[in-house]
Design a protein around this ligand. Structure first.
Ligand code: NDP
Length: 282
């Protein structure tokens, strides 16, 4: 079990990143500082979260205070759905850099495929160009199914380094993870705690009690042991610390078998085959 994953282009990415969805401007500064103090070196944001600027300020403050250097941090942001044209995608990346106050991000992802728009291959070509020009350390996708991934690979020959997808104990996505493994794509699990909703499951509770850990820690440890990287989100200092304190215990085969049985194929978020919201951000 490693604190870092190696992407297929050689870049190293922390296996645990701090989730940024719905973290308010006021919360972002203290949350990022607490996370860095607890050992996090990666953060995940996106234009629709409305907090790229707040994350940028928090990163700048930690660097200015000598807590961490830019090179030690791994910053993830995403291309919004209204920007899938090649040129718009290039401009959207520049806009994210300006908003974040950074001169590069570590991982830039196509946020959603938006099948009705059918432009994600153009968007992917723009991200590949940004990587070729060494303006971003790695490029990948989010919410892509096997069919979307196959099409990108068939039409461009370039494999995304990462696919950030909904993955929980209730939605284990074995076929998608097998495709990732076959093609060297790192699986990044979003909503890895099911947005908190699945933590009261009795099986999870029993396994947590057996290891003297919390249900959230068992869920996150399960992700790491099956080969996922994770983006847990919390603004509570004790949860932030617990969510990265995953390396001092190990789930055994019996635990893993029981946890595999929780896969119900149920989503918390939208189905990427049906999600087509692509309005410009206000
Ligand atoms: P998570 O699965 O990370 O769950 C967050 C919830 O779990 C919060 O309510 C939090 O509450 C609670 N929680 C966190 N840690 C603990 C703990 N140790 N014990 C008990 N409760 C806990 O949900 P998200 O949907 O936010 O997913 C994580 C991240 O994934 C997002 O923030 C975002 O960065 C990314 N994401 C990406 C998407 C995409 O389309 N690419 C879509 C959705 C998410 P509290 O604050 O009280 O701890």
């Amino acid at each position: 079990m490693d604190a870092n994953a190696k992407l297929h282009n050689g870049v190293t990415m922390p296996t645990i990143a701090l989730g940024g969805f719905s973290v308010s401007d006021e919360e972002t500064g203290p949350t990022v500082r607490t996370a860095i103090d607890a050992g996090y070196r990666a953060v995940d944001t996106a234009p629709p979260y409305g907090n790229e600027a707040a994350f940028g300020r928090a990163i700048a403050a930690n660097i200015a205070d000598g807590v961490v250097s830019r090179a030690d941090l791994f910053v993830i942001t995403k291309l919004w759905n209204a920007e899938h044209d090649y040129d718009r995608a290039l401009r959207a990346y520049d806009q994210s850099l300006r908003t974040l106050g950074l001169d590069y991000v570590d991982l830039y992802l196509i946020h959603w495929p938006i099948p009705a728009q059918d432009k994600y291959v153009d968007a992917w070509k723009a991200l590949v160009a940004l990587h070729d020009d060494q303006r971003v350390r790695a490029v990948g996708v989010s919410n892509f199914t096997v069919a979307h991934l196959r099409r990108l690979i068939d039409e461009t020959g370039i494999v995304p380094t990462v696919n950030q997808v909904e993955l929980t104990l209730a939605l284990q996505q074995p076929e998608l993870r097998a495709f990732h493994a076959e093609h060297g794509i790192v699986t990044q699990a979003y909503s890895p705690l099911g947005q908190g909703g699945s933590l009261s499951d009795p099986v999870l509770g029993e396994i947590a009690a057996k290891h003297g850990r919390s249900p959230a820690q068992v869920a996150l440890r399960w992700h790491l042991q099956v080969g996922n990287t994770v983006i847990p989100r919390s603004t509570k200092p004790d949860h932030i610390a617990a969510n990265i304190d995953l390396f001092g215990f190990e789930l055994d085969t019996a635990d893993l078998t029981r946890l595999a049985g929780l896969d119900a194929g149920t989503r918390t978020g939208p189905d990427p085959d049906e999600f087509n919201y692509a309005e410009p951000l206000g």
